[in-house]
Ligand binder design. Structure first.
Ligand SMILES: *Cc1c(COP(=O)(O)O)cnc(C)c1O
Length: 336
């Protein structure tokens, strides 16, 4: 393998991370007795300016627990049409939460309140009650798009005016933080629930968190257990997450620079725009992407196919400068 650019989920733990994992002190987390999980949860809560956090096996579970915390059966949640919660979580909001979703179309996944406000249903006997709004930051299939802080602050004001809750799908909030310098707590304090992934750019093998207030966290632990997400000696995994938070946040800037370098090399062939790369995602727009992906894979470069004429490249911990050079060589050869 020369470069696996399909996703930032494909990373393997580094030797130092593995060492931190094997040295972890553990206990039974369903009893609340795993000191490493407890430490990770406390650290994450503090980072995002909240009271509590819950360690979950996946980001999908973190999102779905959050949605269940914010909306009751028969309520609805608003989000954009390309959101992870509606496209990649197997209908879980409906299947497990009894919650319906209604979506707006956002170019690049970028939040635009003028599209959101007209969609809000006030409680009355004729319409589905809107309870919450969900935002993804950075936006995955939007192209690693960073949501501007002023728009998020206005969203909070809007939600307060309508009595709505806000959920942040922050699977890649770390990338937004590094790209903008906005403190994690400045994002966190605007939302009632935040989900974050430790297993994307941060490079942990497994693990996500829901970050929220103490009362929602208490209820969230019940929902997690109900979904089968109560883990036992999870401290081995939490140790990877703690290590990742301590050592792998600032280095995301390298991933962002490499994504720009990839895009700049491919831009002359009309398949992407370097100026649109904000974090670690490059969207490719070209016909026959499946064929290109297949030919690239034969030469050790793997990319994601998202549709008949678009694909995605992601940079991450296991893609260094040499891998980017080789990927450029192979991809330029196939798209020119
Ligand atoms: C990856 C991802 C998730 C969570 O995915 P899991 O594979 O369930 O951990 C949630 N939201 C976004 C935007 C993602 O990219």
């Amino acid at each position: 393998m020369v470069a696996d650019l399909r996703s930032d989920t494909v990373t393997r733990p580094t030797p130092a991370m593995l060492e931190a994992m094997t040295a972890a002190e553990v206990g039974d987390d369903v009893y609340g007795e795993d000191p490493t999980v407890n430490a990770l949860e406390a650290e994450a809560a503090a980072l995002f300016g909240h009271e509590a956090a819950i360690f979950t096996p996946t980001g999908s579970m973190a999102n779905q627990i959050a949605l269940q915390l914010l909306a009751d059966r028969g309520d609805e949640i608003l989000c954009d049409s390309k959101a992870h919660i509606v496209n990649y979580e197997m209908g879980a909001a409906a299947a497990f939460g009894g919650v319906s979703t209604r979506t707006w179309n956002a170019p690049g996944g970028r939040l635009d309140l003028s599209l959101v406000e007209p969609m809000i249903n006030r409680p009355n006997p004729y319409v589905t009650t809107t309870r919450a709004i969900e935002v993804e930051n950075t936006h995955n299939v939007g192209g690693g798009t960073v949501q501007p802080l002023p728009e998020l602050e206005s969203l909070r004001e809007l939600a307060d005016a309508y009595g709505l809750a806000l959920h942040l799908d922050g699977a890649r909030i770390w990338n937004a933080h590094v790209a903008t310098g906005v403190p994690l707590a400045d994002y966190g304090r605007l939302f009632d629930t935040v989900s974050v992934c430790l297993s994307k750019g941060l490079g942990a093998p497994v693990g996500s968190l829901i970050i929220t207030d103490a009362e929602r966290a208490r209820r969230g632990r019940i929902l997690r257990k109900r979904l089968g997400g109560g883990m036992r000696q999870a401290g081995f995994l939490a140790a990877a997450g703690r290590y990742a938070i301590d050592h792998h946040i600032e280095r995301l800037a390298d991933d962002h620079a490499r994504a720009v370098r990839l895009a700049e090399a491919l831009e002359p062939y009309g398949v992407c725009e370097a100026s649109q790369v904000e974090t670690n995602v490059v969207l490719l727009r070209t016909g026959g992407i499946a064929k290109i992906a297949e030919a690239a894979a034969e030469r050790g470069v793997r990319i994601s196919v998202l549709g008949p004429d678009w694909g995605r490249l992601l940079t991450h911990l296991d893609v260094d400068d040499d891998a980017v050079d080789r990927a450029i060589e192979v991809l330029v050869d196939l798209v020119r």
